[in-house]
Design a protein around this ligand. Structure first.
Ligand SMILES: Nc1ncnc2c1ncn2[C@@H]1O[C@H](COP(=O)(O)OP(=O)(O)O)[C@@H](O)[C@H]1O
Ligand SMILES: [Mg+2]
Length: 248
């Protein structure tokens, strides 16, 4: 049975899409992986060079007979759709359709759009979290992003207490660490002080090879296996596997 992990943060530009792709690649070396593009901007889909496709997330939500698109050995993708923005969501729209797919994969990674979760309105991200086991929150080292992530955890708590008691926080991790290193250390200490287990110790450093790989429609592990980016994502993926085991 697979583990369903949403890479989510209300902020844009924190490496949700990049991390979905690169963690997905390293997981796929030993496991079967499904990636789901739940962002109407379709960045994840485009990073595989897919423009239009027969089946998309809309077909999955509509519970049509559905085959994800195979993109590499051990990696399938549910491609994104611009129509998602106008899709009429129901609380269990995602939970009901993901269940049968769980038997086919070891890991299902979801690339989410950057939007807040609000109490009054049912949004795409809330519908995703109603059918998800774990959330993984990418951060960059600035104070607004870190504060925003804690705000976000309050919304998660509401979902855990109401519609999805199975939802767990796998953790937060810092990405694109470089010139802000001093600030990163302060923010890391601040976060671990608030909650010792919440932040992954391993970070992903700023590395030119990461965006270069995306431009070549590859993960960094394939494009530049000896680069900093590949090294960091490989070790981080191992840490994710280890941390997931602590929840078993
Ligand atoms: N480790 C990294 N080093 C350098 N650039 C990165 C790194 N991770 C992500 N980026 C770049 O940062 C930008 C934002 O990443 P993206 O994954 O699109 O964020 P999000 O999906 O959260 O909006 C992209 O241009 C991406 O190539
Ligand atoms: Mg994105």
């Amino acid at each position: 049975m697979s583990k369903v992990i949403a890479l989510i943060n209300q902020k844009g530009g924190v490496s949700k899409t990049t991390s979905t792709l690169n963690i997905g690649y390293f997981l796929s070396l030993k496991s079967r992986v499904l990636l789901i593009d739940f962002d109407p901007q379709r960045d994840l889909t485009k990073s595989f060079g897919i423009s239009e496709e027969q089946f998309s997330i809309i077909d999955l939500l509509n519970n049509k007979k559905f085959t994800p698109t195979n993109v590499k050995k051990n990696i399938d993708i549910v491609v994104g759709s611009r129509q998602l923005e106008a899709y009429k969501l129901k609380k269990n729209s995602f939970k009901d359709v993901i269940e049968p797919l769980k038997k086919e994969y070891d890991y299902i990674l979801i690339d989410c759009q950057p939007k807040m979760i609000i109490d009054e309105v049912l949004t795409i991200n809330e519908v995703i979290l109603n059918g998800t086991d774990f959330i993984l929150i990418p951060l960059v080292a600035d104070i607004n992003t870190v504060n925003g992530a804690f705000e976000f955890l309050n919304s998660i708590e509401r979902i855990q207490n109401t519609s999805n008691p199975n939802l767990k926080v796998l953790g937060m991790f810092f990405n694109r660490i470089s010139t802000t290193k001093v600030l990163y250390k302060q923010l890391y200490n601040h976060l671990t002080h608030l909650n010792e287990d919440i932040v992954f110790r391993k970070t992903i450093r700023q590395s030119e090879s990461v965006p270069q790989a995306i431009a070549m429609q590859k993960s960094v592990g394939e494009y530049a296996p000896n680069s900093i980016g590949a090294y960091d994502y490989k070790l981080f993926t191992n840490d994710i596997i280890k941390k997931l085991k602590t929840f078993d």
